[in-house]
Design a protein around this ligand. Structure first.
Ligand SMILES: Cc1ncc(C[n+]2csc(CCOP(=O)(O)OP(=O)(O)O)c2C)c(N)n1
Ligand SMILES: [Mg+2]
Length: 574
């Protein structure tokens, strides 16, 4: 059957099970948009900036486990996607980005809105395509979805010249892909698995470090089995949060720069690290030469390029973590590590990193804890980047699998609101809270319009400190409090929300916190709360840049009060 390129693309998306596309149109992609009404299965959500189309596709993909799709026109539409694509690339999120391109005869002529987007995105995509042959389009789409969603997931871009969208070709959707050079290893090598099991069975102080790979492969049960059968404590990376129930007796929270002190101490003292679906990011390892000095390391990851990249590994196992753990679990002898677990519990008692200090002021940690309590831990929490992101990671307890969505690798301010849109579209029956910073929100605040237009019940909590707070914290601790360019004025966020027909409240006092969260939950649609938090509150624990995990700084209790008393008022026009 003959179809236009635009129809081939839409038909292929339908075959891939795509339900929603986030995007903004323009001249070079107009033929494709003009075809969309023929495919009512494809819901299009108009965002207000293409960066947010990519972040929404990313949030959708993380929340559902499916491939997210975003779309933009050529030139500035395509370049606006770049941050979102890079974000998905660094966090291994499967998205397919479709861009319009100028017609084939104009390519290379600096035509209006021509940009070499495949060139630009080469290092931040798993693969990309410039489609010059309409007849190959169906095959390209099939491959793109396969590449994005298999192995180590990641973004794939398809650049579609305008005339390819119009030209007719025979449509045949391939049933399989044929990519001889792309064969992700799923099964771990049995000899390596045996070696790993031996190390685990002999270890005195084993520790699991679990990352987002557990979530991606859905290995929740396998991880739990490994931890429980050999009584191995579990810590997670930032992106591993919610891969293991945080109220489990063997859960010791997040490690790393703002991880729990006892999690970092455990890494420092362990004699065996079992690193699963994580990539030894420097925010997780801190000073890499001093990382886990007493431990042998088992590293299980689907991407062979991660093995030995940052730390020396004793037993590498390349494979899908779910499959590897299934095999590994068969070889684990049921045992206990009573002294080791007791040691960790003692550290936790002595270093209660999630304790919230007494204060009459409005502490962000308290706000996060109350969101946890009112939502009964049922929400999907999506964050921006900064201090609020760390408080959201530390003070909400994630028992529900895959309930924390955050920008880890790229650390993209502005990710929160559009990613929350994607999560809510993907999981309409889930409660979605966006815990955002006043700085992060201002980077993508225009998406309130998308929320209003699509009537998405996203609940927004702004941790309003009047600062680019995380950078201010570094200036306070490492630049002698020279607050250059971190005081941040903002608009009246409640009025802004109101202008978008979104109800909201401002909260200045502790006792208003719970009623405000309850009101947000009672509201059918979206709701925004502007929490005016302590302006100079810091995130602790903190491993200073360049230090090792053992050199973790904890909240200076007395000093915290003094700092508050001398705090400058935030430069805010409210
Ligand atoms: C796009 C982008 N620009 C700059 C930064 C550097 N940066 C990291 S955290 C931060 C401050 C974030 O401020 P806000 O969103 O208000 O969060 P807070 O730390 O105050 O909670 C900045 C500027 C970044 N991560 N992303
Ligand atoms: Mg801030």
């Amino acid at each position: 059957m003959k179809m236009t390129g635009a129809q081939i693309l839409c038909e292929s998306l339908v075959r891939e099970g795509v339900e929603v596309i986030f995007g903004i149109l323009g001249g070079a992609i107009l033929p494709l948009y003009d075809t969309l009404p023929q495919y009512p299965q494809l819901r299009h959500i108009l965002v207000r900036h293409e960066q947010c189309a990519a972040h929404a596709a990313d949030g959708y993909a993380r929340a559902t486990g499916k491939v997210g799709v975003c779309m933009a026109t050529s030139g500035p539409g395509a370049t606006n996607l770049v941050t979102g694509i890079a974000n998905a690339c660094l966090d291994s999120v499967p998205i397919v980005a479709i861009t319009g391109q100028v017609a084939r005869p104009f390519i290379g002529k600096d035509a209006f809105q021509e940009i070499d987007i495949t060139g630009i995105t080469l290092p931040i995509t798993k693969h990309n395509y410039l489609v010059l042959d309409t007849g190959s389009l169906a095959k390209v789409v099939k491959e793109a979805f396969y590449l994005a969603g298999t192995g180590r997931p990641g973004p794939v871009l398809i650049d579609l010249p305008r005339d390819v969208q119009i030209e007719q070709a025979e449509f045949h959707y391939p049933s399989r892909v044929d990519l001889p050079s792309y064969k992700p290893t799923l099964k771990g090598h049995p000899a390596q698995i045996k070696k790993a099991a031996k190390l685990i069975n002999e270890a005195q102080r084993p520790l699991i470090i679990a990352g987002r790979g557990i979530i991606i492969s859905g290995a929740y049960a396998e991880l739990k089995q490994l931890a429980e059968s050999a009584q191995i404590p579990v810590v997670t990376t930032l992106l591993g949060i919610s891969c293991f129930p945080e109220s489990h007796v063997l859960s010791y929270g997040m490690l790393g720069m703002h991880g729990m002190a006892y999690a970092n101490m455990a890494v420092d003292a362990a004699d065996l690290i079992i690193a699963i679906g994580m990539r030894f990011d420097d925010r997780a390892t801190a000073k890499v030469s001093a990382f886990a000095p007493h431990a042998k390391i088992i590293h299980i990851d689907i991407d062979p390029a991660e093995i030995g990249k940052n730390v020396r590994v004793d037993v590498p196992i390349v494979g899908d973590v779910k499959e590897v753990l299934r095999e590994l679990n068969k070889l684990i002898t049921s045992t206990e590590h009573i002294d080791w677990v007791r040691q960790l519990d003692d550290w936790r008692k002595g270093h209660p990193s999630t304790e919230i200090r007494d204060s009459d002021g409005l502490l962000p940690q308290y706000v996060v804890r109350k969101i946890y309590e009112v939502t009964k831990g049922e929400a999907i929490v999506v964050t921006g980047v900064g201090q609020h992101q760390m408080w959201a990671a530390q003070h909400y307890w994630y028992d529900r699998p895959n309930s924390f969505i955050s920008s880890g690798g790229l650390g993209t301010m502005g990710f929160g609101l559009p990613a929350a849109i994607g999560a809510k579209v993907g999981c309409p029956d889930s409660i979605v809270w966006c815990i955002d910073g006043d700085g992060s929100l201002q980077m993508t605040i225009q998406e309130l319009a998308t929320i209003a237009q699509e009537k998405l019940a996203v609940k927004i909590a702004i941790m309003h400190n009047g600062y680019l707070g995380m950078v201010r914290q570094w200036q306070e601790l490492f630049y002698e409090r020279r607050y250059v360019a971190t005081p941040l004025s903002g608009p009246d966020f409640v009025k802004i929300a109101e202008a978008y027909s979104i109800p909201g409240l401002r909260v200045k006092h502790k006792e208003e916190v719970v009623p405000a969260i309850e009101k947000a939950m009672a509201e059918q649609g979206p709701f925004l709360i502007d929490f005016m938090i302590e302006p100079e509150e810091n995130v602790y624990p903190m491993v200073p840049p360049g230090a090792s995990l053992a050199e973790v700084l904890e909240a200076p209790k007395k000093e915290a009060k003094a700092r508050h008393d001398s705090a400058k008022l935030p430069v805010s026009n409210i």
